[in-house]
Design a protein around this ligand. Structure first.
Ligand code: GLN
Length: 536
């Protein structure tokens, strides 16, 4: 078999949340900057088939791909850093692997065999990885293994990847182990022992890492690197230090300055120029560093304790800030607290993100009413659009207006479940998911932003503006600026006599890139800047 792709497997040790996703995305970005065609896979060793039914408090935001898969948020990092569109198949879970094996067993594909973790589960894992390589024709496939080495859940994946590296051959597969090197303030020293132990754990599973990426609060010196190289059996130039960065987008530059690019290009014998061209990327990082002037954005949400729950929104706002030459300061406002509405006057813009369930909806509706009365720019995403429609209806005499998501028997269901959703019982993967075309009406804020009459955006919802209330909403000042191409579904709303009021049924945050800010976010931050400068 001719080897078309090479693979870089990224594992993690010591603690979780050390930034394996950003490390994988950064390595991918560096290779892209050599002109290498890169894609990325995230392995999530949990039993859920996808992330769709996970509480955002547990794993952060559910990221949605064009093809409608509800994925781990690391796919968002990959898409933003690599500037590629990924298929949902790039998120491999234990649930998907076992479902597929059991389905094959029922079909009789393993007739006569006792179906086991080795070889059947491990073979399936390898097949799924190679499928992505084949589909994308990528020269390099980043494979990030979620969790921490030593977890019971990830063992079949680690074993599969051990076998995989032999099958692909030394020149076609390498392992990067990401660890944490703590600094003990009292002793005034870094401790390498956790890194040594977790590398030992990995080696015990049959994998010798080629590179160790040491996350730390502060910079490690060369002596420490030597020690890690010595105890972990990697070469000194393969001990990479990524101290805490101001911005995640700096990480590719830090890693490149540690010669990660050179090392990988040589180790995998990749045919590439001598140097990566990271000029554009470093410009992006510079633009993102802006500290003044500032605009203040209040995000009125319900999962605000965990910022990762709104990670794509946070990133899209940052991109839009850099594009408008302002720093975006974000305050996360808990919608289900009885917050003091007058505090909203300090914001140059308000954003109501998506969400599910009744908790916090009252606070979101009140925020919309406040923004209408005080002419503050306001941006509603998915459930945010629902809150907008409800608020407008309530302000126009329908005091009991609601969504049937929160009150099945509301006398005024301005938001209702989509017809096709009413027959569905299963909760997993059954929403209106992924990319759909949206027709944009000229002469609207949406058209001003997109400058196109048809766009494609990603969705994740069951409820929609109820067409029976369309005329009422229009009579109440609503402008329908985006619809499905058949005009049936309301996809975007705006409001007359308001400087910047826009709700969208889809999630534009998933398509914003540091080098290509989403037009609606860009327009929103521009409006916030104008509001601050009293231009309205
Ligand atoms: N809960 C709403 C629905 O299902 C909104 C979903 C969302 O904000 N993503 O339609």
């Amino acid at each position: 078999m001719i080897n078309l792709s090479k693979y870089i497997v990224v594992t993690g040790g010591v603690v979780s949340s050390i930034g394996k996703g950003i490390t994988s995305a950064s390595i991918g970005r560096i290779l892209r900057s050599y002109g290498v065609n890169v894609t990325a896979i995230k392995i999530d060793p949990y039993l859920n088939w996808d992330s769709g039914t996970l509480n955002p408090y547990q794993h952060g935001e559910v990221y949605v791909t064009d093809d409608g898969m509800e994925c781990d948020l690391d796919l968002g990092h990959y898409e933003r850093f690599l500037d590629v569109g990924l298929s949902g198949k790039a998120n491999i879970t234990t649930g998907k692997v076992y479902s597929s094996v059991i389905e094959k067993e029922r079909k009789g594909e393993y007739l006569g065999s006792c179906v086991q973790i080795i070889p059947h589960i491990t073979d399936e894992i390898k097949l799924m990885i190679r499928d992505i390589a084949k589909q994308t024709k990528a020269e390099v496939v980043m494979v990030e293994v979620g969790g921490t080495v030593g977890d019971i859940e990830s063992q079949p994946f680690i074993e599969a990847l051990r076998q995989f590296s032999h099958e692909e051959g030394h020149d076609n597969c390498m392992f990067v182990h990401v660890t944490y090197v703590p600094y003990l303030k009292a002793a005034k020293e870094f401790k390498t022992k956790p890194t040594q132990h977790s590398t030992k754990e990995l080696r015990g599973l049959g994998i010798n890492p080629d590179m160790i990426v040491c996350r730390s609060e502060l910079l490690l010196d060369s002596k420490l690197k030597e020690k890690i190289a010595h105890f972990c059996d990697v070469s000194i130039d393969a001990v990479i230090n990524t101290p805490d960065a101001h911005s995640i987008y700096e990480v590719p530059l830090t890693m490149y300055s540690e010669n990660v690019g050179d090392y990988i290009i040589n180790r995998l014998k990749i045919d590439a120029p001598d140097k990566a061209d990271l000029y554009d990327w470093s410009q992006i990082v510079e633009d993102l560093k802006i500290e003044a002037p500032k605009v203040k954005i209040g995000v009125v949400g319900k999962y605000i304790e965990l910022e990762d729950a709104y990670i794509s929104i946070r990133e899209a706002l940052k991109h839009a800030g850099a594009d408008n030459k302002v720093k975006v300061d974000i305050d996360w406002i808990k919608a289900d607290n009885d917050y003091n509405l007058d505090l909203l006057s300090q914001y140059d813009g308000l954003l109501i993100p998506g969400g599910f369930g009744e908790r916090g909806i009252g606070g979101k509706i009140e925020a919309v009413k406040y923004a209408i009365k005080n002419k503050i720019p306001i941006f509603g995403i998915c459930l945010g659009l629902h809150a907008m429609a409800i608020a407008i209806a309530q302000l126009n005499g329908e005091s009991e207006a609601n969504s049937t998501e929160f009150d099945k028997d509301t006398p005024c269901p301005v938001i209702d479940m989509m017809e096709e959703q009413k027959k569905i019982n299963n909760m997993g993967g059954t929403m209106r998911l992924g990319a759909y075309p949206c027709k944009i009406a000229e002469g609207t804020i949406a058209y001003e932003a997109y400058k196109e009459t048809e766009v494609s955006e990603r969705h994740r919802h069951r409820y929609e503006v109820n067409n029976e209330y369309k005329d009422f909403l229009i009579d109440s000042g609503v402008v329908i600026s985006g619809t499905s191409p058949d005009d049936f579904l309301v996809e975007m709303i705006e409001l007359k006599d308001h400087p910047w009021f826009l709700g969208c049924q889809f999630h534009p945050e998933f398509k914003s890139r540091p080098n290509d800010t989403h037009p609606i976010f860009k327009s929103f931050i521009k409006a916030a800047k104008d509001h601050k400068e009293h231009k309205f």
